[in-house]
Design a protein around this ligand. Structure first.
Ligand SMILES: Cc1cc2nc3c(=O)[nH]c(=O)nc-3n(C[C@H](O)[C@H](O)[C@H](O)COP(=O)(O)O)c2cc1C
Length: 344
């Protein structure tokens, strides 16, 4: 696996949209792991700028990460229902609905994205929520990029392998952030890392990367014992100085609140794991009122921005996995070496 990715340490820093830029990726690359740049929320200009900067600043392999969700058509009735559900909060905070921006906050990988990153020829490209259309995937592979993609079930892992990915990321239920599920929305299919990983290892021939709940070298060793070829770690990096994690998110991660996480669809419409906060408690973490991914975000954004300005995470997606014990305010290079069990 390390040969496939060209890295010294079998540690992949999980791409984490909204809480990092290239600085975290560069630090991890420098330590010998695989640094990742989350690209799903970048505008075309930002994608061009950030991916070129990575290419210029490291001669080590790095990963560009994209989402592959189906872009939903706006649904005015659903949007109205969602705004009505949030209206009491708008009134309480003295906000106006006109503050709600239109348009999707996350766009799927498409031909325009491929045009932007083609000159960069990223060494590794990873996908969440499935894969791009076969012709687009073939185009990315033609640049020599190694392809990784998340699977949350054995069926998804088999599907990804049949589509030609080079390695599968087995994303267990403990994982922070969005679940990469794409073949079914049935949450009863979602299982923990140590149930999922060996089943996927058994089912596919490509290498398997373990993700979800891994926070220290013992967790890494345990994943290897179950057949993982590498690990992808997200939550543990959130307090690193190179991450751009917001202060309210950092405070929640460093407090006992981090022991209370749940799957929620309130912040984007997609199912993701985060620290339980006021919105999740009051609307219920999973609500039929939220529009589909990623349309729920727009009406949450003004509430979140206002609350965060006042030091509150009441309306923030405080993404975190079930094991925040590895979160430490230490440089990402040090954390990477600690995870790999090489502290020198
Ligand atoms: C704050 C946060 C943001 C995330 N954003 C992304 C993303 O943009 N793309 C992606 O493929 N995975 C994303 N994930 C999921 C990670 O790839 C990975 O599955 C997860 O972090 C592993 O579990 P852990 O958080 O317990 O280490 C995110 C996770 C977190 C915690």
């Amino acid at each position: 696996m390390r040969d496939l990715l060209g890295i010294e340490l079998p540690i992949i820093q999980a791409p984490m949209a909204g809480v990092q830029d290239g600085a975290l990726a560069l630090a991890v690359c420098g330590a010998g792991g695989l640094g990742s740049l989350p690209c799903a929320m970048l505008s075309p200009d930002a994608l061009r700028r950030e991916s070129s900067a990575l290419r210029e600043r490291t001669d080590r392999p790095f990963n560009l990460n994209f989402f592959c969700h189906a872009q939903p058509a706006p649904d005015a009735a659903k949007e109205r229902t969602w705004r009505e559900a949030l209206a009491p909060y708008y009134r309480e905070l003295g906000l106006d609905e006109s503050a709600i921006a239109s348009g999707a906050t996350r766009t799927p990988f498409d031909a325009g994205t491929a045009d932007i990153i083609e000159p960069i020829k990223p060494p590794v490209v990873s996908f969440h929520f499935g894969l791009p259309a076969p012709d687009l995937l073939a185009r990315v592979k033609s640049w020599g990029s190694t392809i990784l993609a998340s699977a949350t079930t054995v069926d998804e892992a088999r599907w990804l392998e049949s589509c030609g990915v080079d390695a599968v990321i087995a994303q267990g239920l403990e994982a922070g952030g969005h679940r990469g599920l794409f073949l079914s929305n049935d949450l009863t299919t979602q299982v923990g890392t140590f149930a999922l990983l060996p089943q996927i290892v058994h089912a596919v021939r490509v290498p398997v990367i373990a993700a979800g709940g891994i926070a220290d070298a013992r967790g890494v060793a345990a994943a290897f014992a179950l057949g993982a070829a590498a690990v992808q770690v997200g939550t543990a990096y959130l307090l690193c100085p190179e991450a751009t994690t917001h202060a309210v998110h950092r405070a929640a991660l460093a407090s006992s609140d981090a022991q209370h996480t749940a799957l929620t669809n309130l912040f984007s419409g997609g199912v993701a794991r985060g620290i339980v906060n006021r919105l999740m408690r009051e609307l219920g973490p999973i609500s039929g009122l939220a529009p589909v991914f990623p349309l729920a975000s727009a009406a949450i954004a003004p509430l979140r921005a206002h609350a965060e300005r006042n030091g509150s995470g009441d309306f923030s997606p405080l993404w975190a996995g079930q094991n925040a014990s590895g979160c430490k305010p230490v440089p990402a290079a040090r954390l990477t070496r600690e995870l790999a069990g090489t502290n020198s």
